[in-house]
Design a binder for this molecule. Structure first.
Ligand SMILES: C[S@@+](CC[C@H](N)C(=O)[O-])C[C@H]1O[C@@H](n2cnc3c(N)ncnc32)[C@H](O)[C@@H]1O
Length: 237
């Protein structure tokens, strides 16, 4: 169990699918299609959102979805009972040596690396480089949030939230908004060609439930940091 709620993952999937950069998605799929084994390992797969996004572009790929949360993996297996090219692995990513990364042409992960530590990213990058595997790392939080109806405390809230993003999410101190840069630096140091694209969420009135959960989650995270003090009966500026 890792604490990621099925309802939350379902609510975010349509926004994620819209936010994914299509060019990078298709490039990653072509990379696999042209590889010998056509095997993809999806780290922190949840219910298989990366698979659902990429499978149409890599129809011959063999997938292994890896997650710590057995319930999410069971749900993935239920949703993809008809897909005989998908296997499921219950593992803790912290034990990278146990994942059989050597079986993969491409490692993928969506909405994962901002939870991870610098140490984890460096270890994974070293292993990928040795194996000459590709990496598709989508939907990493960059620390940028803006609101269409602004408030004078927005900047303070986002700064506090980003501070919370660096707390331990199960991998040691999390990279949070620095994860894209950390991955890019680790891989380009070893001669990898790294391409980066935007994957912004647009939360509009069609995503009210997600909006509510997102703002509630942000408020809890900000409260935990203790960086914003509110006095009773004293409204925010
Ligand atoms: C934000 S969710 C993203 C899920 C999925 N990739 C998606 O885009 O919908 C992060 C996922 O990482 C998994 N996870 C977190 N820590 C993990 C760990 N130490 N080992 C394996 N999976 C982990 C969670 O269970 C969850 O499914």
């Amino acid at each position: 169990m890792s604490g990621f709620d099925l309802n939350w993952l379902d609510l975010r999937e349509p926004l994620d699918q819209q936010a994914r950069d299509q060019t990078l998605l298709e490039k990653a799929a072509r990379f696999v299609q042209s590889a010998q084994r056509r095997t993809i390992l999806d780290l922190g797969s949840g219910t298989g959102s990366t698979f659902r996004a990429m499978a149409p572009y890599a129809p011959d790929a063999q997938w292994r979805l890896i997650d710590l949360d057995e319930k999410l993996l069971q749900e993935a297996a239920r949703r993809h009972a008809q897909d005989n090219n998908v296997a499921y692995q219950h593992s803790n990513l912290n034990d990278l040596a146990s994942l059989s990364l050597d079986k993969a042409d491409l490692v993928s992960a969506s909405a994962l690396f901002d939870l991870c530590s610098q140490e984890f990213v460096d270890d994974l990058a070293d292993r990928l480089v040795k194996l000459r595997s590709g990496l598709y790392a989508a939907l990493n939080y960059t620390g940028e949030i803006s609101f269409s109806i602004s408030h004078t405390d927005d900047e303070l809230m986002v700064r506090s939230f980003n501070h919370h993003q660096n707390s331990d999410k199960g991998f040691g101190p999390a990279l949070g908004p620095r994860s894209t840069h950390a991955l890019a630096a680790a891989l380009s140091r070893s001669g990898y060609r790294v391409e980066i694209a935007q994957s912004d969420w647009l939360i509009d009135k069609t995503a009210i439930e997600l909006h509510r959960l997102f703002v509630d989650g942000m408020a809890s995270a900000v409260a935990e940091t203790g960086m914003v003090g509110l006095t009773k009966n004293q409204p925010m500026a």
